[in-house]
Design a protein around this ligand. Sequence first.
Ligand code: DAH
Length: 372
Amino acid sequence: MYTVPDLNEYLSDPIQQTADLLTALHEEAEAVRTESDWKVFRDRWMARKGGILAQVNDLWLRAAPPDRKREAGKRVNDLKARVEKKVEDSLQGLRAGVPAAHAGSERLDITLPGIHRPIGAEHPIIKTMNEIVAVFRNLGYSVQEGPEIETDYYNFESLNFPPNHPARDTQDTLFIANQQTKALREQLLLRTHTSPVQIRTMEKIKPPIRIVIPGKVYRNDPPDASHSPMFHQIEGLAVDTNITFGDLKGTLDHAMKAFFGSSVKTSFRPSFFPFTEPSAELMVSCFVCGGSGRRGSDPCRPCKQTGWIEILGCGMVDPNVFEFVKDNGYDPSKVSGFAFGMGADRIALLKYGVDDLQLFFQNDVRFLRQFA
Ligand code: DAH
């Protein structure tokens, strides 16, 4: 490491001594990699007490005989300016990511084309999910999530699908292989719906609760224009004392108007899900044709000319479901609740007038760019 030679050595060959010092300065600047390196470097050269410039000042200038003072003064001043500039450039270079040796000699060429940064955007499905979640957050719902690899217990049994119940067949389940030795309720599968997070949340949080659950789900459906083995759902659950079917209807009617526009109408028709009783399907009046079933002289395709579009499944939480979480305050004789679940992909398709679900998953930039 460089040390400042004494006055005699300096006076015997000032040009060589100056050159040696500058070489050391240059090499040390080049070794600076981090801000803390740089501070050490700066202090070594510029510290008022004991810094190399201070030593040079003491040894070469103040101690110089009167007849060499002028010459030494010029050299030392020149050195001082160079050291200061090197220290400054090295910091600039560090901040700009340019190796110290080049800093200062680099110049900005304003005639070069700029760096084009493509603007990212939310994927249309994520955007749709965020918008739906926002509607419920405004109603005081919080967001919960759960695992995509689930046990048979959470995906089926605790949602009142007993083993071998035919309702299981409605969800073409993808099971994880080689688990025959495990008890059925512990066997793993890819969750077929977001409903298992209802139970997982009720195990963790006592009533009252109001939650929405966005997430990916999986079924053994070959991909086509309206199916995909991976798709997205948003689930909702409200549990409290005295929750009625009227609350369910009022909440979902509000949510549909907030999401699709205040002119849509809602309609409920009876349905079946093992985990709700009674169960219903919610239809909204077609927001493409306004419910008429026609677009000009053409039939309206999205609602198949019916004027109504099916959006989600819902119902009052079945008391059998509460039985599984009774110990955490969900006594079915004390609390009641409603639940709902919708497919985000289908809603995004309808909302953006896209006619092939696969476009959402192929991630062709020419398609996605249209949503930026
Ligand atoms: N889990 C159902 C499905 O994937 C959707 C559903 C229906 C969720 C009714 C609910 C509900 O919470 O109450 O088909």
